[in-house]
Write a protein of this length. Structure first.
Length: 346
């Protein structure tokens, strides 16, 4: 059976296929306002990464789901990236995953069972690396390949982290470089070199397990992960939820190798433009950015890094914790009193 490349079976890929923040907000506005149980500590009334349900005085259950269409052609890499990305939302709440369920939509008349098995096996292997089993799930026959997980975790309620609790004077630390969307766009055009592809896979399959450690740090005030809305989109969520303004130091942002060059050559995603259109009115520039750098700040990340808002006096400690555990982390800005915009780029 002659199979097409996975990325040729879909119009979008990875977290770049997410609905834009603007449209999603409009949809969700019509579903909010229902009565919620008091045990629900985090629901869909905020833009947090997972739902949280209180079990008792000390513990809460964390639940999330994430799935997408292929961002790469190798089926094992696709499965591994999807599973890593799904688990990230549990870690972003300061929680520890305990088990997962698989979600898949597969064009069974197009892909062989060998290819499908590689996707599922890679997802299982990532979960085993995280110390959890996949205990079930649901699979359908669909025109586009889709794979992801429902992830269930546990968190001590005192260690729960949200994206709406950043404090004035906090420093912001990002756990991974940016540019996965650019890599995926170049890959689709057969313009991504092997060295950059290896970097792509290395970071997209790096578990954000450090989020569980960060949850136990009282100096960490807020946390989220950078995915489909890009850095600026997720910064806006933190600023809006916390009623603060974030000062982003654009020159401190680190990108994956060759990302800036590839972006200059035009390898950008449509999602980057949609992301920018959704948040442009909430961003103020106090410095000039060239169009390439500007587009990269809304580049959709798939399995991106954790974004941490930490007390300024503890920022070096938290940065060192990231670095000593193998993450390419860096400081990107600070939290200030709310002004007319959510984000100020300096």
């Amino acid at each position: 059976m002659l199979e097409p490349k996975l990325t040729k079976l879909t119009s979008g890929g990875g977290c770049g296929c997410k609905i834009s923040p603007e449209i999603l907000s409009e949809i969700l506005a019509k579903t909010r306002g229902v009565s919620l149980p008091p045990e629900l500590l985090v629901g869909n009334n905020t833009s947090d990464d997972a739902a949280v349900y209180k079990l008792d005085a000390e513990r809460a259950l964390v639940a999330t789901t994430d799935f997408f269409t292929p961002i790469v052609d190798d089926p094992a890499d696709f499965g591994a990236i999807s599973a890593t990305n799904a688990l990230s939302d549990v870690y972003a709440m300061g929680a520890k995953p305990i088990f997962a369920l698989a979600i898949a939509g597969i064009p069974v008349s197009v892909l062989t069972t060998t290819t499908i098995s590689k996707i599922f096996t890679a997802g299982k292997d990532i979960c085993e690396r995280a110390g959890i089993p996949i205990v079930g799930g649901h699979t359908i026959d669909s025109q586009e390949p889709i794979y992801g997980l429902v992830c269930i975790g546990l968190v001590e309620t005192r260690n729960l982290k949200k994206n709406s609790t950043a404090k004035i004077k906090d420093k912001l630390i990002l756990g991974k470089p940016l540019g996965v969307g650019v890599y995926s766009a170049a890959l689709k055009k057969n313009k991504l070199r092997e060295a950059e592809y290896k970097t792509f896979i290395k970071y997209a399959t790096q578990l954000n397990w450090i989020g569980y450690k960060l949850g136990a740090k009282s100096c960490v005030n807020a946390m989220t992960d950078i995915t489909g809305f890009g850095l600026l989109g997720h910064l806006v969520e933190i600023a809006s939820g916390s009623n603060v303004t974030i000062q982003l130091e654009a020159e401190k942002v680190i990108f994956h190798p060759q990302v800036i060059s590839l972006a200059k050559e035009g390898y950008l995603t449509g999602a980057s433009t949609r992301n920018w259109e959704s948040i442009s009115s909430k961003v103020e520039f106090q410095t000039q950015l060239n169009p390439t750098k500007k587009s990269l700040l809304t580049d959709p990340q798939t399995s991106g890094g954790l974004l941490v808002s930490v007390c300024s006096e503890n920022s070096k400690e938290i940065l060192e914790l990231f670095l000593s555990n193998g993450y390419t982390a860096f400081e990107i800005g600070s939290v200030t009193e709310r002004n007319q915009c959510e984000i100020t780029i300096v």
